[in-house]
Design a protein around this ligand. Structure first.
Ligand code: GRF
Length: 203
């Protein structure tokens, strides 16, 4: 069994999608072995407990620097034997030291078609801008904010007259498909990173 660590700060619907995909075999021979949250009130922690997955809360305020916080998170992941780190609504930018430690084995999901609308509230940024198409992006994490090599994207149409909440819900449904798919491709050894470009090798 390969082990994934998932970092969250909130409701954890992407975490749930990953757990479900491990359980039903869409991501074969893999389990979520640890969920780390920087927020003790994150509902995702409940989801993990219900699925029998160990959890760890690491509070930023308990550490003097961002790097020290990140290294505590990394130590927890390594102690568990995690091979792949998945950021799923983790609301912190990770330090260079963390990103280097998990180079090529840390993924993030973003609720817009990068490089458009990086940072906070990607759905609202696209909606405010009047974009006709948005979507979600799964990418490897690099030292920038939402700048790492793109693994896959799923587009959605921004329907005429839709609210930002309706758009966000539509994007979220695609996120729940995209994240498990990207993890499956990663573990199948089908992703080749070449500079900015990620090539998906055929089965
Ligand atoms: C998602 O929209 C994800 O793209 C973004 O944060 C949100 C997390 O949602 N990075 P959830 O906690 O997985 O429900």
């Amino acid at each position: 069994m390969r082990k994934i660590g998932v970092l969250i700060s909130g409701r954890g619907t992407n975490l749930q999608a990953i757990i479900d995909a491990c359980n039903d075999g869409r991501i074969p021979d893999t389990k979520v072995a640890l969920v780390v949250s920087d927020n003790p009130g994150a509902y995702g922690l409940e989801r993990a407990k219900q699925a029998g997955i160990p959890t760890r809360v690491v509070l930023r305020d308990d550490f003097e620097s961002r790097k020290a916080f990140d290294m505590a998170v990394a130590d927890a992941l390594d102690e568990t034997g995690v091979e792949l780190v998945c950021l799923a609504g983790f609301m912190r930018i990770l330090s260079k030291a963390f990103v280097r430690r998990y180079h090529g084995r840390c993924l993030n999901i973003h609720p817009a078609l990068l490089p458009s609308f990086p940072g906070l509230d990607g759905q609202k940024q696209a909606w405010d801008y009047g974009a006709k198409i948005s979507g979600c992006t799964v990418h490897y994490v690099d030292e920038g904010c939402d700048t790492g090599p793109i693994i896959l994207q799923r587009p959605v149409a921004v329907d005429e007259g839709c609210t930002v909440d309706e758009l966000a819900a539509k994007i979220l449904r695609e996120e729940h498909i995209a994240y498990p798919e990207a993890i499956k491709l990663h573990f199948a050894g089908r992703l080749k990173i070449d500079g900015r470009r990620v090539t998906v090798k055929p089965e």
